[in-house]
Design a protein around this ligand. Structure first.
Ligand SMILES: Nc1nc2c(ncn2[C@@H]2O[C@H](COP(=O)(O)OP(=O)(O)O)[C@@H](O)[C@H]2O)c(=O)[nH]1
Ligand SMILES: [Mg+2]
Length: 258
């Protein structure tokens, strides 16, 4: 992989054939200073073929193909590794389904001057989402759990639209991340904050995909619960919440639930 521009935009794809050309065009025209890295997990719908066509038309598009579906989080880590060995100044992650608006990129690059991680946020003033009720509820619960259980000072902990400085990525132990799927977003955020990274949120308007299907399933939700529990233990040791302590005191649960 050869670096040409200052920033790398990672687009993880699984069955995004109908969305990929449009998002890549939008990213390339949003800023002359970005390369695009598509990480495709052998999508059965032939997304990689679309990416290869795009590569023929632009030297700013790069494709990495992986043999099986390995998860969104693991695609991020793969992309980070590539970017670190290629001298980029910053690395952006963005969904490939056109939910994230690339025209915000120049503002994100600007915001990186005073931060190590810029989050495209649906939940700060000026941010917006047109997600349906079920998806909104899902996102609200995930954010509530992450913010309260892990004490994260961020409004949108689960946004996949982010810009990391290469400097902060170098401080992370990329081998140590244990999430594979969407919960990697929370794990990455925790690690950046733990290493003293400055995080800022920039309002975005999230637009629900018009083609293809979401890949979030029960497996991802379960992984998120496990990840939050594990991260909490890492952060606060085995201390229980005040409510849990009260329950242990009142109820005869002693050994069973410890
Ligand atoms: N490479 C790769 N990309 C994935 C995987 N799972 C999801 N994605 C991509 O991650 C992005 C976000 O996924 P999406 O299903 O839209 O999530 P949602 O918007 O939260 O419903 C999309 O570009 C997907 O194609 C995966 O296992 N591997
Ligand atoms: Mg989506």
């Amino acid at each position: 992989m050869i670096q040409h521009r200052s920033f790398l935009v990672i687009l993880p794809t699984f069955n995004e054939r109908e969305n990929l050309s449009r998002i890549v065009d939008r990213v390339l025209s949003a800023s002359p200073d970005v390369d695009v890295l598509v990480i495709d997990d052998s999508s059965p719908d032939g997304t990689a073929g679309v990416a290869r066509d795009l590569m023929r038309h632009s030297d700013r598009v790069i494709l990495i193909e992986r043999p099986t579906k390995m998860g969104l989080g693991s695609a991020y880590i793969r992309g980070f590794r590539e970017s670190l060995s290629n001298g980029y100044r910053g690395v952006c992650t963005m969904d490939a389904d056109n939910s994230h608006d690339p025209s915000v990129l120049p503002a994100m690059f600007d915001a990186l001057k005073g931060a190590d991680l810029v989050i495209g946020s649906r939940y700060v003033l000026g941010g917006d989402t047109n997600q349906g009720v079920a998806r909104r509820a899902n996102s609200a619960i995930a954010n509530l759990l992450a913010r309260t259980i892990l004490d994260l000072p961020v409004k949108d902990c689960t946004s996949g639209y982010r810009l990391y400085s290469t400097d902060v990525l170098r401080k992370l132990e990329l081998n140590e991340f244990r999430s594979r799927g969407y919960s990697m977003l929370v794990e990455l955020l925790c690690e950046v904050l733990e290493r003293g990274g400055r995080v800022t949120e920039l309002p975005i308007a999230f637009r629900e995909r018009s083609a293809g299907k979401s890949k979030i399933g029960m497996h991802e939700i379960w992984e998120s619960v496990r990840t939050i529990t594990r991260l909490r233990r890492g952060k606060f040791g085995d201390t229980r919440t005040r409510l849990a302590n009260e329950l242990y005191r009142i109820l005869p649960l002693k050994n069973k639930m410890r």
